[in-house]
Design a protein around this ligand. Structure first.
Ligand code: AP5
Length: 252
């Protein structure tokens, strides 16, 4: 496994960074991946992370990891209930959680933020954190896909219970049904991929996250990428759009 993909500091929290040092490049890439639930942000983060050597920082993965704690704090327990119902976790808890992990934003390997920021308040808080850390964002990729395809992607999703690799029953099945190709652990269906919960997540996206796209468009950072086609096609399309916008070549 690439050293940068362990994400140990992201999951542990605190300001110490990872023990395993990231692969560094002349120009670390710092990106946000935006888009509706199930559009394929996590899938692209895995592919982009390998190409750009940047770490996949997902707030959803953090909350799912916390859901396995036997004794979550009252604030985290409330957040997990909200998550199961498809709503958004409070801005305060999300921003505090990210602020406790600023070492990941300073990381010399760069980062791919996935699932954060999701509201205008979070986007403004992130700007403040990045300014304070002296870190500049390269771009915000907004993936776009028709609703029917999104529902299909979510209903077929399976995730590794250990290493969190994402599969799709039809589009990207594991070699051995029910088990992860990378680590052999069992695959799971996500609780929030039930149809009634998907509807709530979509509504939260339209209400709270679409304005975040407009926010980054005004800052001149937004790159819209159609999320149609295979993961590999979308990955290549993303790199092309990034290259077209970058002043210097991206790391490979
Ligand atoms: P989070 O984990 O961030 O979920 P999400 O944004 O809803 O996105 P998903 O992980 O569902 O989808 P994805 O776009 O990553 O798609 P994937 O690559 O898996 O958040 C979960 C919850 O946590 C939220 O609802 C909220 O409660 C809470 N939360 C997290 N962050 C928060 C924040 N900042 N503020 C407040 N609350 C927060 O792909 C989906 C499926 O499609 C997979 O099966 C995949 O294999 C397949 N697939 C991918 N690409 C393709 C393709 N090109 N063709 C065919 N299939 C494909």
């Amino acid at each position: 496994m690439n050293p940068q993909t362990t994400r140990e500091a992201w999951f542990r929290g605190g300001d110490q960074g990872c023990i395993t040092q990231p692969l560094t490049t002349a120009r670390p890439c710092r990106l946000i991946l935006l888009g509706p639930p199930g559009v394929g942000k996590g899938t692209q983060a895995q592919l982009l992370g390998r190409e750009l050597h940047a770490c996949h920082l997902s707030t959803g993965d953090l909350f799912r990891a916390a859901s396995r704690d036997e004794h979550p704090s009252p604030a985290m327990a409330a957040a997990l209930d909200t998550m199961r119902s498809g709503g958004l976790v409070s801005d305060k808890l999300v921003v505090d959680t990210v602020r406790e992990r600023t070492s990941c934003l300073r990381c010399r390997g760069g980062f791919l933020l996935d699932g954060f920021p999701r509201t205008l308040a979070q986007a403004e808080a992130l700007e403040t954190i990045l300014d304070h850390e002296g870190v500049a964002l390269d771009a915000v990729i907004a993936y776009e896909l028709p609703l029917e395809e999104i529902i299909d992607r979510l209903s077929g999703r399976r995730t590794c219970s250990q290493c969190k690799t994402v599969y799709h029953l039809a589009g990207n099945p594991p070699r051995k049904p029910g088990f992860c190709d990378r680590c052999g652990a069992s695959l799971q269906e996500r609780e929030d991929d039930r149809p009634n919960v998907i509807r709530v997540r979509m509504a939260a996206y339209a209400m709270e996250t679409q304005p975040v796209c407009a926010f980054y468009e005004r800052l001149g950072k937004l790159i819209r990428v159609p999320a149609t086609g295979s993961p590999e096609e979308i990955f290549r399309r993303t790199l092309e759009r990034l290259e077209a916008c970058a002043a210097q070549p991206l790391a490979s």
